[in-house]
Design a protein around this ligand. Structure first.
Ligand SMILES: Nc1ncnc2c1ncn2[C@@H]1O[C@H](COP(=O)(O)OP(=O)(O)O)[C@@H](O)[C@H]1O
Ligand SMILES: [Mg+2]
Length: 220
């Protein structure tokens, strides 16, 4: 049975795609066969293209990213003008198809845990429907405690397992970065399993993931 993780974040543009690609790269180097799913995109297929450019993936852009909204909106808002239906059962089916022949699958959400997918249905509900542990990507600096604790709460509320928090964008310029991880761990009981530097090249990212053993620290 493949290991499978859902990747969410405290916001959009926090580093879900970048860090997921790094984790998947490290897993491929270990010889694992990896699948990536970005079930819904809004405003372009950049994420699926990024995965294709950095990883050896057999799947087409369309099977990685089956539901594509043109506008950079939440799916809930984009659905009002673009005639695309979101069928959760179909998403589950597309993820299942990826799992069967693979050792490891990452499913990237969109935005954060409470980005609305449809009426009364959020990204966190999609993670719950898939019933897989969540990786939370969080910012390094001031404000991240609030965003990360709120995200953890939304996942805990739905009894979703949390595989770990990965903090992204350390630059040593901003004082809260030195204590944020510890505060998040103390207040939530969830481990910060990785800290990634700002302005990392993809190679730098991969080196940090290996050095910190972030892939190995993911809880299942
Ligand atoms: N640690 C980092 N160092 C350098 N660039 C980064 C880092 N983290 C993210 N980025 C870049 O920031 C942008 C947003 O990250 P991305 O992974 O696309 O966010 P998300 O998937 O959460 O929306 C991308 O261009 C990505 O390559
Ligand atoms: Mg992304």
């Amino acid at each position: 049975m493949a290991k499978i993780y859902f990747v969410t974040a405290t916001d959009t543009e926090v580093g879900k795609t970048f860090i997921t690609a790094g984790l998947a790269f490290v897993a491929q180097e270990k010889g694992l066969s990896v699948g990536i799913s970005k079930p819904i995109s809004c405003g372009g297929i950049d994420d699926a293209e990024f995965y294709k450019s950095k990883l050896k993936l057999k799947d087409s852009i369309d099977s990685i990213n089956p539901i594509k909204f043109r506008q950079p909106l939440s799916p809930y808002a984009a659905m009002k003008t673009e005639k695309i239906k979101i069928d959760i059962r179909a998403i589950k089916g597309s993820v299942k198809k990826l799992i069967r022949p693979r050792d490891l699958v990452f499913v990237e959400g969109l935005g954060g845990a409470l980005a609305p997918v449809k009426k009364n249905y959020y990204v966190a509900d999609l993670a719950k429907a898939l019933n897989i542990p969540c990786i939370i990507v969080a910012r390094a600096g001031l404000g991240t405690i609030n965003h990360t604790l709120m995200t953890i709460d939304e996942l805990k509320k739905r009894k979703i397992k949390i595989a770990g928090v990965i903090m992204n964008g350390f630059d040593s310029k901003e004082p809260s970065q030195a204590s944020n991880a510890k505060v998040i761990e103390e207040l939530s009981g969830i481990k910060v399993i990785g800290k990634i530097k700002a302005k990392s090249s993809f190679n730098d990212l991969v080196e940090q993931i290996k050095k910190q053993r972030i892939y190995e620290k993911l809880k299942t």
